[in-house]
Design a protein around this ligand. Sequence first.
Ligand code: ADP
Ligand code: MG
Length: 722
Amino acid sequence: GNESRLQAIYQITNREPIPPKAPKRLEEMWATDVFSLSKMQSCLPKEVFKSVKKTIQTGDKLDATVADVVAIAMKDWAIAKGALYYSHVFYPLTNATAEKHDGFISVQGDGSVISEFAGKVLVQGEPDGSSFPNGGIRSTFEARGYTAWDVTSPAYVMETDNGITLCIPTVFISWTGEALDKKTPLLRSIAAMNKAATKVLKLLGHTNVAPVNSSCGAEQEYFLIDANFANSRPDLLLAGRTLFGKPAAKGQQFDDHYFGAIPERVQVFMQDVEERMYRLGIPAKTRHNEVAPGQFELAPFFEAANVASDHQQLTMTILRHTAKKHGFICLLHEKPFAGINGSGKHVNWSVGNATQGNLLDPGDDPHSNAQFLVFCGAVIRGVHKYGPLLRAVVATASNDHRLGANEAPPAIISVYLGSQLEDVFEQISKGDVKSSKHKGIMNLGVDTLPIFPKDPGDRNRTSPFAFTGNRFEFRAVGSGQSVSGPLVAMNTILADSLDWIGNRLESDLAKGTELNVAILSVLKEVMDEHGAVVFGGNGYSEEWHKMAVEERGLANLRTTADALPVLKEGYIEDLFQKTGVLSPVELASRFEVYAEQYLLSIEVEAKLVISMAKTLIYPAAVKYLTDLANAIACLKEVGIAFEVESAEKVSTLLKSMTDSVTKLTEALGKHDFATPEEHMQYAAHTIRPLMDGVRKYADALEGEIADDLWPLPTYQEMLFIK
Ligand code: ADP
Ligand code: MG
């Protein structure tokens, strides 16, 4: 019956609200839980601090003697904050954050204990990594993986289920030096991009060029559902999404949720989330309701990509933990509810440095426009050449429900520039600027470009990769995904393009070509070869899907099964190898791990579909059918003819559902696949449609069966009762 549903509603409507906390001043909270540079400065000897600061700026490994001093200072600070444990936090290939906790406690010869934390423990740890997916890099006899502090990301204390813990952000590498995590390639991709960008900037005439870094600001969408509901939905608990459920009569068709007033309970939750973020030095900036009911968004101020990526992982952890405290479950799944908007993560990304500023800012002085056009052109080339890679790095079983499923954004990777920039690049590609000898026209692309307005008003929400004023916004990233993979891909393709542009400019200049002419010619070539990726129209339209593939030769990789094998292609292997971001072995291991995750999550869902259909929906339908049959029989006895159609309908639907369950069960029994590729295709094109088949009949039954027999909290209840 529906007891657990009713119980949930009772609990929710009678809940004692958590009172809002008195608002604190930002300065009172800001980074109080971070062992920041300024804290180090105040507690470290001057020489040591200088050395640490330099290491942080260069990203090198800490000197052993320095590490000892830093470790003691860090330990004392953490203990004063109440920490008993420390943990090397690392980022395995699962999108999760992993940590192994160790106590500071050290037992002495006389049986007494002291708190201990040596420099070598700070710099390097040895977690038992054997249970983390490594795609065949390590055999079990050499299962050890090492963690090493990434000095560019500060240590912090965090309240976890274990109490308060000192957390040290680390890279995770194998005994043989291979990257087993998501941070190591990110650091390498930044280094590769820096190298190529520095060369280009010097060719453009800059003599003073500070290290170039990439920046990231990730907008996080999520759903909040009351935990009481989630607890009676095995699908939400185990798969993070509803595998069954008839759309609510009131969906999002009224659009009244977007930017609407945030319900008080959610507001208290958000305030709590923000306080925890501020204490950890994460610059939470905007929050609002999203399009769907129960959906919200949180965006921080952008930061250096590496720190932003760590902070994004922390943000997801904080959202989940805090939700629990407030009686919610936070769903980071890309498509928790059918028929309602999904959740994404818009990764805003740019590159820049201290001397030239944001290199993707068109600025308003004509000289910097040439520089901007070179960097923007490099992005265009990269996205065209490696579009399938960008699709592959956002390929997960859950994100397939957005990409390629006629939802935002499409699976075809194109670039939106905005009408003004599009026009500038069109002029460049027409090359009439080149054919004329008149100086004024000759320099059109460089010295006398139109001044770009700071924030171009036109925005295209249907593009997966859009220029938004002074950065690109990669919108195809999944809401539950680490931002690291997408950042690695963007930095690496940019490194590759800048390297190519740099070499072209270098040889042209050596031949005595004027800089402006050389720039124009290389940009024209970029547009000739790669202009097909620029698209400003409606990315959802059918015409675009046809045109993109048939006329422009862009890939439309609808499913993860189509997209992941891209990682095995020779040109992708070359890209990662020549930029030094991933070795062929490391790249191959990523394919293995992601393919396995894809297969596993579909298998888990398929099994859940079967068990929920059999143990929850089937019994409810049978009970209803029995009640109906009894009623019909009773009425007949007293001479009242009662319609039997509804009983027949339920019975037919039930039979169809049962048949679908049988088919799905049989299909799941197949295991003889020659390759993971073949298995993925089977999961995408056989298992998934069969799951949808079961759901279709189950959802139809939900519309027939008496409400008081329906066992699962409904869409209406989950999305609208708060
Ligand atoms: P919108 O919803 O209009 O896209 P938001 O304000 O929600 O805008 O999010 C914009 C995000 O882009 C923020 O996280 C912001 O910090 C980030 N951002 C702005 N400038 C840059 C930049 N140069 N590099 C990276 N991210 C940036
Ligand atoms: Mg955005």
